[in-house]
Design a protein around this ligand. Structure first.
Ligand SMILES: [Zn+2]
Length: 143
């Protein structure tokens, strides 16, 4: 490779990256010089092999699985936070209602409400369990 070829290849690099135009002189040198035309073709190959990497399928799957799991975890955490907020709100309302009853002199009515809750709550247990189980199935169903 002589000095002018090196120069031409620098120019080809510039042309390849859009920093200068393909000149008439460069074109005619490419036609006549095997070294430089191979270099020019190599620039194009380098581009395609670097811009479009081909993932192996297992690798792609692992990455996608991790991304999906990450996303599900996030939405699950958000849902738990919402459940917790709703629970706090309801508990606060319930406690407030109880205190209001006690301070307005309805402690007896309150004790009756308590009793009825103790009677009703165990009946609700199967529904709560079922809800918890369907929720779990939704979160883990993809695994
Ligand atoms: Zn050359």
């Amino acid at each position: 490779m002589n000095k002018s070829c090196e120069m031409y290849q620098m120019e080809l690099m510039d042309v390849h990256y859009g920093e200068s135009e393909m000149t008439e002189e460069l074109r005619s040198h490419l036609d006549g010089c095997e070294d430089c035309s191979r270099y020019w073709a190599g620039l194009g190959e380098l581009e395609t092999s670097m811009v479009f990497p081909e993932f192996e399928d297992p690798f792609k799957e692992i990455v996608l699985d991790k991304l999906m799991a990450e996303r599900e975890n996030k939405s699950g955490r958000k849902r738990n936070a919402l459940d917790f907020a709703a629970f706090i709100l309801l508990a606060g309302l319930f406690l407030g209602a109880c205190l209001a009853l006690v301070f307005s002199g309805h402690a007896v009515a309150l004790s009756k409400i308590y009793l009825s809750i103790f009677m009703v709550a165990p009946l609700m247990l199967p529904f709560l369990i079922k809800r918890q189980m369907t929720k779990g199935a939704h979160t883990n169903g993809r695994a």
